[in-house]
Design a protein around this ligand. Structure first.
Ligand code: AMP
Length: 308
């Protein structure tokens, strides 16, 4: 059984969608990644930071699912990272209303000793210098390093981000961010340019339009499951990344063929995440529901065509 290290924000989120509005609820990239990865029963640890204002019961949600939280620092006198966003009517686009780094601003991550030889490292969304520090603490070269990031860090720490991109095997990035990073509108050209920056594999997430996996000349496409209702897309990208990383840590097979399955697992888990506000749906998710939806995915994409 593989080991997975996850770094990313553990946060308070305030979200507004056409269906409703929340006060501060549990959020953060590492939270969504951890909840998704916990579905695979791998040894997973989250490295992050919260303030003294963060409820213990939120941390318990992760440890109850056997996610190691010894690498989550609690700064008693500090405030937790806070993000607020408002979705447009189509739910595909959103405005960030606030990003308050708080305790994240001075965070020095510490990877738990037992995880310094993890086979998979998931560098979730936060400052690229923190992502780099986690990589530098690994005593054994990980089999797979996966990076997720967003426009916020491209705007304020582009050089540091490029230095991390150089060191990773896989990047997961959404379509608009791939365009921003490369200055290319075509996602095929953007993926090629990102390959040249370092990663062997490039995953471009297209929200409700699925995800593309690029490797050399190979491209694989997984649609998103057509859902009747999308309630809140927050965390879908992180949940995708958590499913992707958790599946690879479990199977320990890093071939292109297996990465395709990792994309399917990531997409499947993300399809649940969007059904309720924040982490709500991921908290009650059961194995049999995942299994059923994986089958739906298979039916959605499988066809037999006779080519003469
Ligand atoms: P996603 O919808 O997958 O892009 O992820 C949303 C989650 O990312 C929210 O729970 C936020 O707390 C977190 N988040 C938002 N902005 C940032 C940022 N600049 N750095 C790290 N995490 C962030």
């Amino acid at each position: 059984m593989g080991k997975l290290v996850i770094v990313g924000t553990v946060a308070f989120d305030a979200i507004e969608t056409p269906f409703g509005k929340t006060d501060k609820i549990l959020g953060g990239a590492a939270t969504f990644i951890g909840l998704a990865a916990s579905q695979f029963n791998v040894d997973a640890a989250v490295v992050s930071v919260v303030g003294g204002d963060f409820p213990q019961e939120y941390l318990d949600l992760l440890s109850d699912r056997n996610v190691d939280i010894s690498g989550v620092e609690i700064v008693k006198e500090g405030k937790t990272f806070f993000w607020s966003g408002k979705y447009h009517n189509d739910m595909n686009t959103r405005d960030t209303l606030a990003t308050e780094l708080n305790v994240l601003a001075d965070f020095k991550p510490a990877v738990p000793e037992a995880y310094k030889d993890a086979n998979v490292v998931m560098l979730g969304n936060l400052h690229p210098l923190v992502q780099m520090s986690v990589l530098e603490q690994m005593t054994k070269k990980p089999k797979m390093v996966i990076l997720d990031t967003m426009n916020f860090w491209m705007d304020c720490a582009l050089d540091e981000l490029k230095a991390v991109i150089k060191k990773v095997d896989v990047i997961t990035i959404n379509d608009e961010e791939a365009r921003q990073l490369t200055g290319e509108y075509s996602l095929v050209v953007a993926a090629r340019k990102i390959h040249e920056m370092g990663p062997k594999y490039v995953v471009i997430k297209k929200g409700e339009h699925g995800a593309l996996l690029f490797h050399d000349e190979n491209v694989f496409f997984a649609p998103a499951l057509p859902l009747e209702e999308v309630f809140d897309p927050t965390g879908a990208g992180d949940t995708f990344a958590g499913g992707f990383a958790g599946f690879l840590a479990k199977t320990e097979d890093y071939s292109f063929e297996n990465l395709k399955n990792a994309v399917i697992y990531g997409s499947t888990l993300a399809s649940f995440c969007v059904e309720k506000f924040g982490t709500e749906r991921m908290q009650t998710l059961e194995d049999k529901e995942i299994y059923r939806r994986l089958n739906q995915f298979k039916q959605l994409t499988q066809f037999e065509i006779v080519l003469e």
